[in-house]
Design a protein around this ligand. Structure first.
Ligand SMILES: Cc1ncc(COP(=O)(O)O)c(C=O)c1O
Length: 447
């Protein structure tokens, strides 16, 4: 292990070994290992609920003040801090907006934590599939028209739930969707895991400014926040009272103070430096995208997060995994390789040198015959509620034998965050074939 590992602690040693390689981080977390160096050692701040600190789920002191400063910044009526990631915010957001066994209208391109919350809360779901509006290899965006149709057919729905931006950076028309939801008195919930920093560009791009009732912000992905730090932003008066209780229902009773402090420091940084820092980053990212396009790499079409780098390297004949390996040789570690796209997550904490390495890596790619790829998705028939199927008696069968049966589990790999089959849906021949292509070899089905 390179001679620098002195203890028998495999995780610690793996992390130290990785850091010794001095790779340029184009993956989460957004602090890139440098932001907190100028502050007090965060290890020393690993305290607990004391007279001098506060209690996250009944905050009256410093946490309460920090959350209020954050809600002022985001323009929300209330902001709650999560040290259990955006996952906790998603669980709480769905709980806050639904009471009892409610029905929701939900995008099919979701993170698996949303499916987990749907099962736990016993929700009924009307699924809306994204349109292929962003080019090959991408699910595309949820269209306002499809949300409108779903609401007309299901006026008893309590909320609409969408992901925007998605892993590749695709942004939906949140404003139009929110407008329609408001006109029908249905709440809009947005998983903004990948877009917390949008508040730094122009507040008008953030889902809260666009009319979302609740929005979860996985700050650690693109901002200087320790991993698992997230904000839950609420902008609906009727949700303010039970919001904290809903976070506490799923959250740990021992939240990490270093993560809370990093959220607090991040909000201060966003307010004072975020706009300038992200404008500089955007210029660097634009340069990378221009370079990529010049050598034939396609980029997602339509509105996209200005700082997300999703390179359709399949268009120049590279598999994204092969490309990630080449980039590694240039000292660049990417975030995620799908079948067609290689996605990188930069932040303002990336250095000039990081971008020089990335440029050299891109320029080294010699165009080959393009890979044909079109994303496929199916709308399986719903037979049971997700919760019913999840807790039904089940058995494991190999994927070929699952045809005609009802899935007891969801298949929702993240990244990229797409629900190929939900618990309670019937497996068809074509779906089983597709799941096999995804690498699914067996499945729990209802017995
Ligand atoms: C779209 C989306 N939502 C939610 C999450 C969960 O966020 P966290 O890892 O902060 O719990 C992720 C994580 O990758 C995600 O991509």
């Amino acid at each position: 292990m390179g001679g620098f590992c002195i203890v028998n602690a495999p995780i610690y040693n793996a992390l130290v070994t990785h850091n010794k390689k001095l790779m340029s981080s184009f993956h989460t977390p957004g602090h890139k290992g440098v932001f907190f160096k100028s502050f007090d050692n965060l290890f020393n701040l690993d305290l607990t609920e004391l007279n001098d600190t506060d209690d996250l789920y009944s905050a009256r002191g410093c946490i309460d003040k920090a959350q209020k400063l954050a809600s002022d910044y985001f323009g929300a009526q209330k902001t709650l801090f999560s040290t259990s990631g955006n996952t906790l915010c998603i669980q709480a957001m769905l709980k806050i907006a639904t009471e009892g066994q409610a029905k929701i209208i939900c995008a099919r391109n979701i993170h698996k934590s949303a499916l987990g919350a749907i099962v736990l809360l016993g929700l009924d779901v009307v699924w809306v599939f994204p349109k292929y509006d962003a080019g090959p290899g991408l699910f595309g965006r949820i269209s306002p028209e499809d949300i409108k149709k779903a609401i007309i057919k299901n006026p008893d729905s309590k909320a609409v739930y969408i992901t925007s931006p998605d892993y590749y950076g695709l942004i939906c028309d949140v404003e139009k969707i929110s407008h329609y939801c408001k006109s029908k008195n249905i709440s809009l919930l947005v998983d903004n895991a990948h877009g917390t920093h949008l508040a730094c560009f122009e507040p008008s791009l953030h889902p809260i400014a666009l009319g979302a009732d609740i929005c979860s912000d996985s700050a650690h992905k693109t901002l200087p926040v320790l991993t698992s730090g997230a904000f839950l932003n609420i902008n609906n008066k009727s949700y303010l009272d039970n919001a904290t209780e809903s976070m506490a229902l799923f959250g740990s009773t021992s939240p990490s103070f270093p993560i809370l402090a990093s959220l607090d420091l991040c909000r201060n940084w966003m307010k004072n430096e975020g706009n300038v820092a992200f404008s500089i980053l955007k210029k660097r990212v634009d340069r990378i995208k221009n370079l990529a396009e010049k050598i034939g790499i396609i980029l997602p079409r339509g509105q996209i997060d200005p700082i997300r780098i999703s390179l359709g390297v399949g268009s120049i004949g590279f598999s994204p995994n092969e490309c990630a390996e080449i980039f590694r040789k240039f000292g660049v570690e990417s975030e995620f390789a799908s079948d067609f796209y290689l996605t990188l997550i930069p932040s303002p904490l990336n250095t000039h040198k990081d971008f020089e390495r990335l440029e050299s890596a891109i320029l080294s790619l010699k165009r080959k015959k393009s890979i044909n790829y079109n994303f496929e998705s199916f709308a399986p028939e719903k037979k049971l509620f997700p919760r019913e199927a999840f807790f039904a008696k089940n058995k494991r069968v190999c994927i070929q034998d699952s045809v005609g049966k009802i899935s007891a589990r969801g298949v929702c790999p993240c990244p990229p965050g797409f629900l190929f089959v939900a618990p309670g849906e019937k497996i068809t021949h074509e779906l089983a074939f597709y799941l096999k292509k995804l690498g699914v070899i067996d499945l729990l089905v209802v017995d």
